[in-house]
Design a protein around this ligand. Sequence first.
Ligand code: GLN
Length: 287
Amino acid sequence: MRREADSVAGLLNDATARIAAALGLGKREARLEARVLAVFAWSVSPAWLIAHDTDPLSDAQTAQFQALLSRRLAGEPVAYLTGTREFYGRPFCVSPDVLIPRPDTELLVERALACLPPDQAVDVLDLGTGSGCIAITLALERPLARVTAVDRSAAALAIAQRNADSLNARVEFLTSDWFDALAGRRFDLIVSNPPYIAAADPHLAHGDVRFEPLSALAAGDDGLDDLRRLAKAARAHLRPGGTLLLEHGYDQADAVQALLRSNGIRHPRSWADLAGIPRVSGGELSE
Ligand code: GLN
């Protein structure tokens, strides 16, 4: 007799329960993850899973799925297992060399777009581009903008370049530790989602972040090391009146505003993410 777990629905039910238990996720989220893994393992569409839920599975199909499931149960992020994550409505390829794009960062993109007129060829810089999701989104949303993106990690830049190629975005990528390779260059808009978590933050020991590059997450005792460096160096690379926008931690808005103010940015402001947390701060360089 065929066991229930040998059907598509049976396998997904079983995986949902195991993901929820192992990772402490709610049932809805766990089911979504199980489905994403199945779609990837079998190269099928989400609709196929529904249409074929009572189908029996071959041993090969079961094995392909179980291999991914056991990695997920050990904590590996879904985005690294499937190699992709959506950002601002577009698919970005990701690997453990880059931070997984987060919905929070769409706020940084929205604020950047708000100060990029569609009909002007302005110069934009993204610092610590990682997967390239910010720079590439800005380049695609503002085709006239000249977008430069830097990262000190060559492995990250290879991913970013691959994303730019597959999404047909025109971005200049440079290997650079923040502004180091940008001597003498000035921009109308500088954006960054730098590392901003305190090195001892217990958050770093839980969930997906354990598998992400620590260099993209942690920034010294108070998490402000890189934000300090960026705020200080930005004025030498902004045109007068140019805008600096920085993503930061949930409790860093006041500190970042103070850093901006003491480095020539007038009237810095902060904007809240979808959870109501001030997540991006910025302003314009005094003329
Ligand atoms: N928002 C991310 C997190 O809390 C951190 C991203 C970053 O450090 N830039 O996991």
